[in-house]
Design a protein around this ligand. Structure first.
Ligand SMILES: CC(C)(COP(=O)(O)OP(=O)(O)OC[C@H]1O[C@@H](n2cnc3c(N)ncnc32)[C@H](O)[C@@H]1O)[C@@H](O)C(=O)NCCC(=O)NCCS
Ligand SMILES: Nc1ncnc2c1ncn2[C@@H]1O[C@H](COP(=O)(O)OP(=O)(O)OP(=O)(O)O)[C@@H](O)[C@H]1O
Length: 197
């Protein structure tokens, strides 16, 4: 089974690319989804509350995402504290999912969608790394269209990530997602064909 890391910046199209990889038969591990699941766990939420205070959790007992975004993306040290808590758990889940796929699945491709693949040095023994890239202008447009974040939040998140141009330099393969979705899809189909040949 070939193992690939997939990354990009926020809203560059990682999840969209992974959807196409899944359609093509790959097993995909999504770090963001894993983080969402971890926050469903009371023990994890209690740890987040212990680190950041009562404001981290809503009255309904869920993670207060807008509050956390403000705290974490405005302060490098606090962001690091959250990452130190969450990343080891995500990596553990990723390795477990990969081991399970190797034993139970006939898929020939395992892909981990890791937003901070290069920032965090996320190593799960992958054979190569893919980057889904767009121009900064398109990235900001798609991010605002999807999330409605204000300019300050967009700026803070982008500041917390390596520039796409840097990620492109670290990539083994770049999927250029500036055009319509079907163009991304056909790049992925061609990439998979090349792997098979
Ligand atoms: C701060 C949190 C609560 C904000 O939640 P929100 O719903 O807005 O974002 P979500 O988790 O869906 O992530 C969306 C995107 O934000 C970006 N992002 C998330 N965490 C980080 C981070 N620590 N540094 C830079 N960018 C990040 C990524 O591009 C990611 O794809 C959340 O992002 C979080 O817990 N981050 C820390 C965990 C982490 O590092 N996750 C990244 C994958 S392991
Ligand atoms: N080629 C494209 N053309 C137009 N819109 C696109 C294209 N690719 C992705 N999008 C849209 O841009 C937004 C971001 O895409 P997607 O969720 O795949 O990015 P992401 O990198 O996974 O984001 P995040 O970092 O938040 O996890 C979505 O609304 C998606 O539908």
């Amino acid at each position: 089974m070939k193992k690939l890391g997939l990354t990009g910046g926020i809203a560059t199209g990682k999840s969209t690319a992974c959807e196409y990889f899944t359609q093509a038969g790959a097993v995909v591990f999504d770090c963001d989804a894993c983080v969402w699941e971890l926050y469903q766990c009371r023990e994890v939420l209690d740890k987040v509350k212990a680190l950041f205070g009562e404001g981290a959790v809503t009255e309904e007992g869920e993670l207060n995402r807008p509050w956390m975004r403000k705290v974490v993306f405005g302060d490098e040290r606090k962001k690091q504290k959250l990452q130190d808590l969450i990343h080891p758990m995500v990596r553990k889940e990723c390795l477990a999912r990969m081991a399970e796929a190797e034993h139970t699945s006939s898929a020939s491709l395992f892909i981990a969608d890791v937003p901070l693949l290069f920032e965090g040095g996320f190593d799960f023994g992958q054979d190569a790394n893919l980057v889904v890239a767009v121009s900064r202008k398109t990235q900001v447009q798609r991010l605002i269209m999807r999330s409605g974040f204000d300019d300050a939040t967009v700026h803070a998140i982008l500041e917390a990530q390596l520039p796409i141009s840097h990620k492109v330099k670290c990539a083994d393969v770049v999927l250029w997602n500036e055009g319509p979705k079907f163009v991304l899809k056909s790049q992925i189909e061609r990439f998979i064909e090349d792997l098979r040949s």
